[in-house]
Design a binder for this molecule. Structure first.
Ligand SMILES: NC(=O)c1ccc[n+]([C@@H]2O[C@H](COP(=O)([O-])OP(=O)(O)OC[C@H]3O[C@@H](n4cnc5c(N)ncnc54)[C@H](OP(=O)(O)O)[C@@H]3O)[C@@H](O)[C@H]2O)c1
Length: 319
């Protein structure tokens, strides 16, 4: 079984390699999935570059990938919700970069028939993070005015849509090149951070500020926008305590074991089925090592809005 592995930490072009791996055993609570497509996340490139080696050291060869979709080829004895042949969306702790993965059934859900393979591969990480921020961490109320920084991004664009579906007023920022996209998501007000100062335009207007930018670049702005005693959520890093210009609740969001992926998946798919959630796919690349390298190089720059997906063509060998 072929997989795209990293043989060391380093640059994408130096460390990715195609390996022939032994199929893993399927335990009673597991399923085996033949991957049709997988998605690339900024976190993958942080692991590959070695930035996360202190918090998440890996053993080489290591196969990245949390986001994927495919077809169930084997089910463990205790699995009742899936059968061989079911199309599923999956969110394992690693391993979607390849032809197959074995994962706990609770980290999968059936793929809706009207959802494309590329959309399905795009949804897990960004969707589950956005859902858990709103419904687990914040227990969001519809009266809250929420500012989303990085509203054009994977997480940011899902946050905006879930908030609008919930009835919240949403303020948003992103670059001017993505203004039309973010406005199309239904935000109530938008500022292009490369044209105007969102901190001034939205000063003291948000009960909750969520920094969903890559690398938490907008902390000063975010605190200007947050009301005194408001809530500030960061996906990367919070402003240091001595730099906090307002009192409030400061939350660094990260996935927790008690957040059930199945519950998040259900919420996301129900929003998808009712037309309240669209997943933007930037590009679908062929299922090759060259695509994995290219996708990582792109994600490390300032890519076009939308997810990068690597999708298998039927009956084509991996290269
Ligand atoms: N803690 C967690 O559990 C968790 C989960 C998922 C993701 N994350 C992290 O959250 C971040 C966002 O993830 P993602 O997948 O949504 O990334 P993404 O799709 O690349 O989105 C990045 C966002 O950052 C914005 N941005 C880029 N440069 C900026 C700048 N100089 N100033 C302001 N905004 C800027 C982009 O806006 P423009 O392109 O319009 O400039 C875009 O909206 C990543 O760092 C990721 O690692 C954390």
């Amino acid at each position: 079984m072929k997989r795209f592995a990293m043989k060391d930490y380093g640059k994408a072009e130096d460390v990715f390699t195609l390996i022939d791996a032994q199929p893993r055993e399927v335990k009673s609570e597991h399923i085996r999935v033949a991957i049709e497509a997988f998605g690339i996340n900024p976190y993958d490139s942080q692991v590959r570059s070695g930035l996360m080696r202190e918090v998440q050291p890996v053993k080489f060869p290591y196969v990245l990938g949390h986001d994927g979709t495919g077809v169930v080829t084997e089910v463990g004895d205790e699995v009742t919700e899936f059968k061989v042949g079911d199309a599923v969306i999956i969110y394992p702790i690693s391993g979607t970069y390849g032809e197959e993965v074995v994962l706990p059934a609770k980290k999968a859900i059936k793929r809706p028939e009207n959802m494309s393979i590329a959309e399905a591969a795009a949804i897990p990480t960004v969707g589950i993070a956005a859902y858990n921020i709103l419904y687990q961490e914040l227990k969001i109320k519809k009266e809250a005015v929420v500012m989303i920084q990085g509203a054009s991004g994977g997480v940011g664009s899902v946050l905006v849509q879930l908030l609008k579906a919930n009835g919240n007023q949403v303020l948003a920022s992103a670059s001017s090149r993505n203004a039309e996209f973010v406005k199309s998501l239904g935000v109530d007000a938008f500022v292009a951070y490369d044209k105007e100062d969102a901190g001034k335009v939205f000063s003291n207007r948000a009960d909750i500020v969520i920094d969903a930018t890559k690398g938490s670049r907008t902390a000063k702005n975010g605190m200007e926008i947050m009301k005194e005693m408001g809530t500030y959520v960061a996906l990367n890093s919070l402003p240091e305590e001595d730099k906090r210009t307002k009192q409030g609740t400061y939350i660094y969001f990260q996935p927790k074991k008690e957040y059930a992926d199945r519950e998040a998946f259900k919420g996301l798919l129900s929003a998808y089925e009712t037309g309240q959630l669209n997943i933007k796919v930037a590009e679908v690349l062929p299922f090759t090592l060259a695509s994995v390298v290219r996708a990582h190089q792109e994600i490390e720059g300032h890519p076009t809005a939308g997810k990068l997906i690597i999708q298998k063509e039927k009956n084509v060998e991996m290269a």
